[in-house]
Design a protein around this ligand. Structure first.
Ligand SMILES: *Cc1c(COP(=O)(O)O)cnc(C)c1O
Length: 244
């Protein structure tokens, strides 16, 4: 089932849109199944769960290596088992959990405060790393949803263009539409995010070169998000089924 849906999505999605498989709340075996179907990017939303899955993969790899050494099997295949997997983080990230997550992730989608940005910068500078992030604007109707006002995003990029957060690579925006069946509202939200994205690229040309990713669209609204220029769709339940 997982394999079938991934293959179908790969046919359906335009070449400019990357599929991010949201594996939160699903067991590692589901990730392996998706990986066998060719999927490489997986997203998690809770630090503990991400770390547990990273460790599980390492455990499996060590078992395969031990077995290969014992039976004279393919050692290099065991050593490189799933080694090209990429982890993305899409959840609410607290500054005190950063050091759990940052060593393993290729992209943080959900940066929603300057405090978090400052904390990412300190960790990245101390560890001589550059961390890829997306900024999350708040456009949905729900007050509960996190995110920056558009003006705050412009201010951040203006400061970044002046050299602030030098260990952070600003890759684009991530957004969520209002939770509703009303397609007009979903379109309005994606359109707002797209406008902020275009403004960012236009106003900060020194940053625009790397600022190319628009992470919008989930299981229920990804076809609409693609119309608004999505370059990354974050799809969970459609691939893995309902979360427990
Ligand atoms: C859980 C989650 C998704 C995936 O949602 P589905 O509706 O299961 O596709 C996408 N983005 C974020 C930020 C999430 O937390």
């Amino acid at each position: 089932m997982i394999e079938k849906i991934i293959k179908r999505l790969n046919v359906e999605l335009p070449a400019t849109v990357k599929l991010v498989a949201v594996s939160k709340f699903h067991p590692f075996e589901a990730i392996e199944e998706a990986y066998r179907a060719g999927q490489r990017i997986f997203a998690e939303s809770r630090p503990q769960e991400l770390v547990a899955k990273v460790r599980r993969l390492e455990e499996i790899r060590q078992e395969m290596i031990a077995r290969a050494e014992q039976d004279g099997g393919d050692l290099s295949a065991a050593e490189s088992y799933m080694s090209d997997i990429q982890w993305h983080f899409i959840g609410h990230l607290q500054t005190n959990k950063l050091k759990m997550v940052l060593p393993y992730v290729n992209l943080i989608h959900s940066v929603h405060s300057v405090r978090l940005l400052d904390a990412i910068q300190s960790w990245a500078a101390a560890n001589d790393r550059k961390i890829n992030v997306l900024l999350e604007p708040h456009v949905a109707a729900e007050e509960s949803k996190q995110g920056f006002e558009a003006e705050e995003i412009y201010e951040i990029l203006a400061n970044a263009a002046d050299g602030a957060w030098s260990n952070v690579a600003f890759k684009g925006l991530m957004g969520m539409a209002t939770f509703t069946e009303d397609e007009e509202i979903i379109r309005r939200d994606f359109s707002s995010i797209r406008t902020i994205f275009d403004n960012c690229r236009e106003r900060y040309p020194s940053i625009a070169e790397g600022f190319t990713q628009l992470s919008i669209g989930m299981s229920d609204d990804y076809p609409i998000a693609i119309e608004y220029g999505s370059t990354m769709v974050r799809i969970g339940s459609m691939i893995f089924g309902e979360r427990k």
